[in-house]
Ligand binder design. Structure first.
Ligand SMILES: [Zn+2]
Ligand SMILES: [Zn+2]
Length: 252
């Protein structure tokens, strides 16, 4: 069994048994809720879901109404994206930040399932049409050892399940260890991540001629998605789309 799956695999049956004994808890605050995998009304209100008109390239909300044509935010106009379409379920702020951090560092794999439902809703037909192959952003093995699972792989698996799509957990590899990108400028992020992601020598062929949907937990500058897009294009993907749980925006 792949290392990323360990926690998830063990947790599923245990959780089913536990829910018979313990009532369902809110994913955000741990308060009692009606059903599993939900948020209480307070946390729901504090979680900024993306709504209204969004940028077709990165999923960030943009002011105004859509006239049916393609819409792009200032970021994407300034830095054209190598993928075709992108979406995000949440704005990386408020309670959404807590959920992302808990999934990433807090051993809260249970967040992946409801998060995937929100992501599939945000993806819509624009990202899900054409039977895309779902692929997570890879972690370098050293970071994987530290965290024990890849949160992007948990999300990719849950998105694939929720949308009834194929997925490949290790289509991409991260052979080079890159330092944390927190507090780096967009230009530094793009420079650091150039050539940092590659197709797996044996799995890469699965992308040949396919539409590929790359999944990650957070999109900040888009540098990681750009590096992954280059890698799946090199592997022969016909089209590339990107889907994040949360999008960092300058004006939430
Ligand atoms: Zn709550
Ligand atoms: Zn955009």
């Amino acid at each position: 069994m792949a290392a990323w799956a360990l926690g998830n695999h063990l947790r599923a049956p245990v959780q089913t048994v536990l829910s018979l004994v313990y009532p369902p808890r809110c994913l955000g605050c741990g308060g009692l809720v009606e059903s599993d995998f939900g948020l209480c009304a307070g946390c729901w209100a504090e979680t900024p879901f993306v709504g209204g008109t969004v940028c077709d390239s990165c999923g960030a909300p943009v002011p105004g109404e859509t006239d049916g044509g393609r819409i792009e935010c200032d970021d994407c106009l300034r830095r054209p994206r190598p993928w075709s379409d992108g979406r995000a379920a949440l704005i990386y702020d408020g309670r959404a930040r807590h959920l992302v951090m808990a999934l990433k560092h807090g051993d809260r794999a249970d967040i992946a399932r409801p998060a995937a439902d929100w992501m599939v809703r945000a993806a819509g037909p624009a990202l899900l049409a054409g039977d895309p192959l779902v692929v997570p952003i890879p972690l370098h093995w050293r970071r994987m050892m530290k965290r024990r699972y890849n949160q992007a792989a948990l999300l990719a698996q849950a998105v694939a399940k929720a949308a009834a799509l194929d997925w490949c957990p290790d289509l991409l590899q991260r052979p080079r260890h890159t330092l944390s990108l927190d507090h780096r400028s967009a230009t530094e992020r793009f420079a650091t991540l150039e050539d940092a992601i590659r197709p797996h020598p044996r799995r890469g062929a699965r992308a040949q001629g396919r539409i590929v949907l790359i999944v990650d937990d957070v999109m900040t500058s888009g540098a990681t998605f750009a590096a992954a897009t280059q890698a799946v294009r090199a592997a022969g993907a016909a089209d590339v789309r990107v889907l994040a749980l949360a999008r960092v925006t300058k004006t939430p």
